[in-house]
Write a protein that binds this ligand. Structure first.
Ligand SMILES: Cc1ncc(COP(=O)(O)O)c(C=O)c1O
Length: 394
């Protein structure tokens, strides 16, 4: 008999569907379009910067706030986009990926019993982050596109009703995983007005900020009038430079919010890998100088069009992705009544792995019937998936 009894805060977590699908994909030799990371390398000049930083002996602890050069590069990035002039000393903190920034932010800002509003479906870490801090999640549904409504959307009244005297913060994600939604300026203005009215903070996860397509424009909610003082914006260099394993993230916000975050961060990881911070700084600096972002978006737009066409050809219609590297396919006409069963079947029998979005809902049974495919993949990977998916037609 085991003597190990986990604490209540983690005992319900279990293993995720992501781990299950990935294991199944490996076992069946499936083309994995489930996992949300690139199967191609980051740019050579970015990798070279990391090798040079190690060789230059930038190998001891970094300052806990992050390397000054990286914080300055974040400030330069915000300046170049016309977002805001930042004080890198007090308004930027480097974290171990966006994941740590989110965890530390919830630890820093929520007291037990405080409510946090999240849009559902939600990136899977949000709810554990909230509950581990003793907070209580309140959900607002994003509804899929429908007749006359081309984009994912939410009911303003449902959002309004989610605010209570206990609401402490709203956790936003734009561009949004898994739906590919980019919140419009109008939607952000409504969220901002409600947060101001109820004196609620915003933690905004914007890790896909450089991955927007077609007419979509990414607007950081922190740039809306009055919002800087109540917003912590979280980002990561992993997605933007195709180096998700580096786990170099950062948070931007007014000094009091950074101070709170830093208070938690110093006892979570203290500092983040020094040479990779130096390389992330080189990446941000280089991208501003060499036109990287436009090329990055153009390459992803091509992958997006290709995967969308492949899925359409296989009889799986998709919703438009405005941002992120995911596309949602409608599986309601496949005969399956559970997205998890469909994804298991697709992985095992067709040889293509996808993620069931019900994993991103508090009550999975109430999720719409969709499957999430990732297009951060080489053309050859997408073509291999196409060959297998062609079988679906028959
Ligand atoms: C919306 C969102 N936030 C945060 C993360 C995690 O970022 P990082 O790898 O920098 O911890 C991911 C990764 O998939 C994500 O999709």
């Amino acid at each position: 008999m085991s003597h190990v009894r986990s604490a209540a805060r983690v005992s319900g977590f279990g293993t995720s569907i992501f781990a299950e699908i990935s294991a199944l994909a490996a076992q069946c030799g499936a083309v994995n379009l489930g996992q949300g990371f690139p199967d191609f390398a980051g740019p050579d000049w970015v990798k070279q910067a990391a090798a040079e930083a190690v060789a230059a002996d930038l190998n001891q602890y970094a300052p806990y706030q992050g390397l000054p050069r990286l914080r300055e590069a974040v400030a330069a990035t915000w300046r170049a986009q016309g977002w805001r002039e930042l004080d890198p000393a007090r308004e930027v903190t480097v974290t171990t990926g966006a994941t740590e920034a989110l965890f530390a932010a919830m630890q820093a800002l929520l007291n037990p019993g405080d409510e946090a509003i999240v849009f559902e479906p939600f990136y899977d870490a949000y709810v554990p982050d909230i509950t581990m801090a003793g907070g209580v999640p309140r959900y607002v549904r994003l509804q899929p596109p429908g007749p006359g409504l081309p984009a994912w959307h939410f009911d303003p009244e449902e959002l309004r009703a989610a605010f209570t005297p206990r609401t402490r913060l709203l956790l936003l994600n734009t561009p949004h995983n898994p739906t590919g939604k980019v919140f419009t300026r109008g939607e952000l203005a409504l969220i901002a007005a409600l947060c101001t009215e109820h004196d609620v903070l915003v933690v905004s996860d914007e890790v896909y900020d450089q991955l927007v397509f077609e007419d979509a424009v990414h607007v950081p909610i922190a740039t809306l009038p009055g919002m800087w003082a109540r917003t912590l914006t979280i980002n990561s260099t992993g997605k933007t430079f195709s180096v998700t394993g580096w786990k170099i993230g950062y948070a931007v916000g007014p000094a009091p919010l950074n101070d709170a975050l830093r208070a938690a961060h110093q006892w979570v990881t203290f500092a983040t890998a020094t040479p990779l911070q130096a390389a992330a700084a080189a990446a941000l600096e280089g991208a501003l100088a060499n036109g990287y972002y436009a090329q990055f978006r153009a390459e992803y737009a091509g992958r997006y069009r290709l995967l969308r066409a492949i899925l359409a050809g296989a009889g799986l219609p998709t919703f438009a992705t405005e941002g992120s590297y995911f596309v949602m396919a409608d599986i309601s006409r496949t005969g399956f009544t559970s997205d998890a069963d469909f994804c298991r079947w697709l992985t095992r029998e067709v040889g293509v792995a996808a993620i069931p979005p019900s994993a991103f809902y508090a009550e999975p049974a109430t999720a719409p019937l969709l499957a999430r495919f990732c297009f951060a993949k080489r053309t050859e990977t997408l073509q291999a998936a196409a060959e297998r998916l062609a079988r679906l037609k028959s």
